[in-house]
Design a protein around this ligand. Structure first.
Ligand code: BTN
Length: 262
Protein backbone atom coordinates (compact mmCIF):
# COMPACT_ATOMS: atom_id res chain seq x y z
CA UNK A 1 0.00 0.00 0.00
CA UNK A 2 1.34 3.48 -0.82
CA UNK A 3 2.21 5.89 1.99
CA UNK A 4 -0.41 8.66 2.62
CA UNK A 5 0.75 12.03 1.28
CA UNK A 6 2.14 14.49 3.85
CA UNK A 7 0.58 17.33 1.83
CA UNK A 8 -2.56 18.24 3.76
CA UNK A 9 -4.79 20.60 1.77
CA UNK A 10 -7.16 21.22 4.72
CA UNK A 11 -4.26 22.47 6.88
CA UNK A 12 -3.22 24.85 4.10
CA UNK A 13 -6.76 26.08 3.45
CA UNK A 14 -7.44 26.64 7.15
CA UNK A 15 -4.18 28.45 7.92
CA UNK A 16 -4.54 32.19 8.48
CA UNK A 17 -3.60 33.96 5.23
CA UNK A 18 -3.24 37.67 4.57
CA UNK A 19 -5.44 37.31 1.48
CA UNK A 20 -8.26 35.14 0.13
CA UNK A 21 -7.07 32.41 -2.15
CA UNK A 22 -8.13 29.27 -3.91
CA UNK A 23 -6.02 26.12 -3.40
CA UNK A 24 -5.94 23.12 -5.67
CA UNK A 25 -4.13 19.88 -4.80
CA UNK A 26 -3.66 17.22 -7.47
CA UNK A 27 -2.20 13.77 -6.72
CA UNK A 28 -0.79 13.84 -10.27
CA UNK A 29 -0.69 16.25 -13.20
CA UNK A 30 1.59 16.91 -16.16
CA UNK A 31 2.74 20.27 -14.81
CA UNK A 32 1.25 22.65 -12.23
CA UNK A 33 2.25 25.60 -14.48
CA UNK A 34 0.41 23.99 -17.42
CA UNK A 35 -2.56 23.34 -15.12
CA UNK A 36 -2.88 27.08 -14.35
CA UNK A 37 -2.28 28.01 -17.99
CA UNK A 38 -5.21 25.76 -19.03
CA UNK A 39 -7.37 27.21 -16.26
CA UNK A 40 -6.80 30.82 -17.31
CA UNK A 41 -7.38 30.08 -20.97
CA UNK A 42 -11.04 29.40 -20.09
CA UNK A 43 -11.60 31.33 -16.80
CA UNK A 44 -10.77 34.85 -15.66
CA UNK A 45 -7.41 34.74 -13.82
CA UNK A 46 -7.75 34.55 -10.04
CA UNK A 47 -4.82 36.27 -8.39
CA UNK A 48 -3.32 34.15 -5.64
CA UNK A 49 -4.55 30.80 -6.98
CA UNK A 50 -2.14 28.05 -5.85
CA UNK A 51 -1.90 24.65 -7.54
CA UNK A 52 0.17 21.91 -5.89
CA UNK A 53 0.84 18.40 -7.14
CA UNK A 54 2.23 15.34 -5.38
CA UNK A 55 3.78 14.26 -8.67
CA UNK A 56 4.26 15.73 -12.17
CA UNK A 57 4.50 13.61 -15.29
CA UNK A 58 5.80 16.49 -17.44
CA UNK A 59 7.44 18.89 -14.98
CA UNK A 60 8.92 21.82 -16.92
CA UNK A 61 12.30 23.37 -16.16
CA UNK A 62 14.04 26.34 -17.75
CA UNK A 63 15.27 26.22 -21.34
CA UNK A 64 12.91 23.37 -22.25
CA UNK A 65 14.43 21.00 -19.67
CA UNK A 66 12.44 18.46 -17.66
CA UNK A 67 11.96 19.00 -13.91
CA UNK A 68 12.38 15.69 -12.07
CA UNK A 69 9.05 15.37 -10.20
CA UNK A 70 8.98 12.09 -8.30
CA UNK A 71 5.85 11.48 -6.18
CA UNK A 72 5.75 11.82 -2.39
CA UNK A 73 9.05 13.68 -2.07
CA UNK A 74 9.16 17.11 -3.70
CA UNK A 75 7.18 20.34 -3.75
CA UNK A 76 5.70 21.18 -7.16
CA UNK A 77 3.76 24.41 -6.74
CA UNK A 78 2.48 27.16 -9.00
CA UNK A 79 0.95 30.49 -8.03
CA UNK A 80 -0.89 32.91 -10.27
CA UNK A 81 -0.29 36.64 -9.89
CA UNK A 82 -1.26 39.70 -11.91
CA UNK A 83 1.43 42.27 -11.20
CA UNK A 84 0.92 45.70 -12.63
CA UNK A 85 4.51 45.94 -13.85
CA UNK A 86 5.96 47.14 -17.13
CA UNK A 87 7.34 44.22 -19.22
CA UNK A 88 11.03 45.05 -18.50
CA UNK A 89 10.33 44.74 -14.77
CA UNK A 90 8.70 41.32 -15.02
CA UNK A 91 12.06 39.54 -14.57
CA UNK A 92 12.03 40.86 -11.00
CA UNK A 93 9.15 38.39 -10.37
CA UNK A 94 11.57 35.46 -10.88
CA UNK A 95 14.02 36.99 -8.39
CA UNK A 96 11.16 37.65 -5.96
CA UNK A 97 10.03 34.00 -6.15
CA UNK A 98 13.60 32.72 -5.73
CA UNK A 99 14.09 34.93 -2.68
CA UNK A 100 10.82 33.70 -1.13
CA UNK A 101 11.97 30.11 -1.75
CA UNK A 102 15.41 30.70 -0.20
CA UNK A 103 13.96 32.32 2.93
CA UNK A 104 11.33 29.57 3.37
CA UNK A 105 13.80 26.70 2.80
CA UNK A 106 16.44 28.21 5.10
CA UNK A 107 14.04 28.04 8.04
CA UNK A 108 14.26 24.24 7.87
CA UNK A 109 17.98 23.53 7.46
CA UNK A 110 21.03 24.43 9.55
CA UNK A 111 23.26 25.50 6.65
CA UNK A 112 21.78 28.20 4.38
CA UNK A 113 21.02 27.47 0.73
CA UNK A 114 22.34 30.11 -1.71
CA UNK A 115 20.65 31.73 -4.68
CA UNK A 116 22.30 31.48 -8.07
CA UNK A 117 21.12 34.06 -10.60
CA UNK A 118 18.55 34.08 -11.99
CA UNK A 119 16.45 31.31 -10.51
CA UNK A 120 18.38 28.47 -8.86
CA UNK A 121 18.72 27.60 -5.21
CA UNK A 122 21.87 25.62 -4.37
CA UNK A 123 22.97 23.71 -1.30
CA UNK A 124 26.57 22.51 -1.19
CA UNK A 125 26.84 23.60 -4.85
CA UNK A 126 24.03 21.32 -6.01
CA UNK A 127 20.55 22.38 -7.03
CA UNK A 128 17.71 21.98 -4.52
CA UNK A 129 15.10 24.29 -6.07
CA UNK A 130 14.26 26.20 -9.22
CA UNK A 131 11.75 28.78 -10.41
CA UNK A 132 10.03 28.91 -13.79
CA UNK A 133 7.85 31.97 -14.44
CA UNK A 134 5.56 31.92 -17.46
CA UNK A 135 3.62 34.88 -18.81
CA UNK A 136 0.10 34.89 -20.14
CA UNK A 137 -0.98 37.92 -22.13
CA UNK A 138 -4.37 38.83 -20.66
CA UNK A 139 -5.63 42.43 -20.29
CA UNK A 140 -3.60 42.68 -17.07
CA UNK A 141 -0.78 40.22 -17.84
CA UNK A 142 -0.84 37.13 -15.66
CA UNK A 143 2.36 35.52 -14.38
CA UNK A 144 2.48 31.87 -13.38
CA UNK A 145 5.21 31.36 -10.80
CA UNK A 146 6.27 27.70 -10.78
CA UNK A 147 8.51 26.47 -7.97
CA UNK A 148 10.06 23.04 -7.62
CA UNK A 149 11.86 22.05 -4.38
CA UNK A 150 13.73 18.79 -3.84
CA UNK A 151 12.65 18.02 -0.27
CA UNK A 152 12.75 14.37 0.82
CA UNK A 153 14.35 12.68 -2.18
CA UNK A 154 16.87 10.00 -1.25
CA UNK A 155 18.19 9.55 -4.79
CA UNK A 156 18.15 11.11 -8.25
CA UNK A 157 18.32 9.66 -11.77
CA UNK A 158 21.85 9.08 -13.08
CA UNK A 159 21.72 12.04 -15.51
CA UNK A 160 21.19 14.63 -12.74
CA UNK A 161 22.63 13.01 -9.63
CA UNK A 162 25.85 15.06 -9.82
CA UNK A 163 24.06 18.40 -10.07
CA UNK A 164 20.87 17.89 -8.00
CA UNK A 165 20.33 17.21 -4.32
CA UNK A 166 17.56 17.38 -1.74
CA UNK A 167 17.11 18.96 1.67
CA UNK A 168 17.02 15.47 3.16
CA UNK A 169 20.20 14.29 1.45
CA UNK A 170 22.11 17.38 2.62
CA UNK A 171 20.69 17.81 6.14
CA UNK A 172 19.55 14.29 7.06
CA UNK A 173 16.18 15.82 8.04
CA UNK A 174 12.79 14.60 6.77
CA UNK A 175 10.74 17.76 6.24
CA UNK A 176 6.94 17.90 6.32
CA UNK A 177 5.92 19.28 2.94
CA UNK A 178 2.74 20.96 4.24
CA UNK A 179 4.78 23.01 6.74
CA UNK A 180 7.29 24.01 4.06
CA UNK A 181 4.51 24.92 1.58
CA UNK A 182 2.91 27.12 4.26
CA UNK A 183 6.21 28.97 4.79
CA UNK A 184 6.78 29.25 1.05
CA UNK A 185 3.35 30.76 0.31
CA UNK A 186 3.67 33.10 3.34
CA UNK A 187 6.98 34.33 1.93
CA UNK A 188 5.62 34.62 -1.63
CA UNK A 189 2.75 36.78 -0.31
CA UNK A 190 5.16 38.93 1.71
CA UNK A 191 7.71 39.45 -1.07
CA UNK A 192 4.96 40.10 -3.63
CA UNK A 193 3.53 42.82 -1.35
CA UNK A 194 7.02 44.36 -1.20
CA UNK A 195 7.11 44.37 -5.00
CA UNK A 196 3.64 45.94 -5.23
CA UNK A 197 4.82 48.59 -2.74
CA UNK A 198 7.71 49.41 -5.11
CA UNK A 199 10.34 48.08 -2.71
CA UNK A 200 12.36 46.70 -5.62
CA UNK A 201 15.73 47.82 -4.21
CA UNK A 202 14.95 46.13 -0.85
CA UNK A 203 14.13 42.96 -2.76
CA UNK A 204 17.37 43.14 -4.74
CA UNK A 205 19.41 43.80 -1.57
CA UNK A 206 17.76 40.80 0.14
CA UNK A 207 18.35 38.62 -2.90
CA UNK A 208 22.04 39.65 -2.86
CA UNK A 209 22.30 38.71 0.85
CA UNK A 210 20.99 35.23 0.05
CA UNK A 211 23.57 34.63 -2.69
CA UNK A 212 27.30 33.85 -2.57
CA UNK A 213 27.74 34.54 -6.30
CA UNK A 214 29.16 38.05 -6.07
CA UNK A 215 32.92 38.45 -6.34
CA UNK A 216 33.23 35.04 -7.98
CA UNK A 217 34.57 34.31 -11.45
CA UNK A 218 31.76 33.00 -13.59
CA UNK A 219 30.89 32.18 -17.15
CA UNK A 220 27.50 32.78 -18.71
CA UNK A 221 26.12 30.90 -21.65
CA UNK A 222 23.82 33.04 -23.79
CA UNK A 223 22.74 31.13 -26.85
CA UNK A 224 26.01 30.11 -28.54
CA UNK A 225 28.03 32.79 -26.76
CA UNK A 226 30.02 32.27 -23.56
CA UNK A 227 30.85 35.39 -21.57
CA UNK A 228 33.33 35.21 -18.68
CA UNK A 229 34.11 37.64 -15.90
CA UNK A 230 33.46 38.49 -12.28
CA UNK A 231 29.89 38.71 -10.91
CA UNK A 232 29.61 42.23 -9.47
CA UNK A 233 26.00 42.95 -8.49
CA UNK A 234 22.39 43.08 -9.66
CA UNK A 235 21.13 46.32 -11.19
CA UNK A 236 17.69 47.82 -10.35
CA UNK A 237 16.09 45.76 -13.14
CA UNK A 238 17.50 42.54 -11.65
CA UNK A 239 20.09 42.15 -14.42
CA UNK A 240 23.41 40.56 -13.51
CA UNK A 241 26.33 42.97 -13.86
CA UNK A 242 29.50 41.23 -14.90
CA UNK A 243 32.98 42.75 -15.04
CA UNK A 244 34.54 41.24 -18.14
CA UNK A 245 38.23 40.54 -18.74
CA UNK A 246 38.68 43.95 -20.45
CA UNK A 247 37.36 45.71 -17.35
CA UNK A 248 34.01 46.54 -18.94
CA UNK A 249 30.72 46.15 -17.05
CA UNK A 250 28.13 44.10 -18.93
CA UNK A 251 24.45 43.83 -17.94
CA UNK A 252 22.89 40.43 -18.61
CA UNK A 253 19.16 39.84 -18.59
CA UNK A 254 19.27 36.07 -19.05
CA UNK A 255 21.68 33.18 -19.40
CA UNK A 256 23.04 30.08 -17.73
CA UNK A 257 25.61 30.90 -15.03
CA UNK A 258 28.56 28.61 -14.26
CA UNK A 259 30.77 29.33 -11.28
CA UNK A 260 34.43 28.77 -12.22
CA UNK A 261 36.36 26.35 -10.06
CA UNK A 262 39.29 28.05 -8.28
C1 BTN B 1 14.31 25.29 -13.31
O1 BTN B 1 15.15 25.50 -12.43
O2 BTN B 1 14.65 24.83 -14.40
C2 BTN B 1 12.88 25.61 -13.03
C3 BTN B 1 12.15 24.46 -12.41
C4 BTN B 1 10.71 24.76 -12.08
C5 BTN B 1 9.95 23.52 -11.69
C6 BTN B 1 8.57 23.84 -11.20
S1 BTN B 1 7.78 22.47 -10.43
C7 BTN B 1 6.29 23.36 -10.36
C8 BTN B 1 6.15 24.08 -11.68
N1 BTN B 1 5.56 23.23 -12.68
C9 BTN B 1 6.42 22.95 -13.65
O3 BTN B 1 6.16 22.23 -14.64
N2 BTN B 1 7.59 23.56 -13.44
C10 BTN B 1 7.57 24.33 -12.23
Amino acid sequence: MSKPSDIDLAVLQNSPWSKDRKWNFLPETDSTNAEIMRHISSHPPEEGLVVIADCQTGGKGRSGRVWHSESGTGIYLSMLIQPNLSPEKLSIVTLMAGLATAIAVNEFIPQPAQLKWPNDLLLNNKKIAGVLCEYHATKVPAVIIGIGINVNHTQFPADIKDIATSLKLESGLEINRTTLIRQLVTQLDFQYDELKNNKVQTLIDNWTRHSDLFGKSISIKKGDQIITGKALKLDPLGRLILLNESGKEIALDSGEVRIQKK
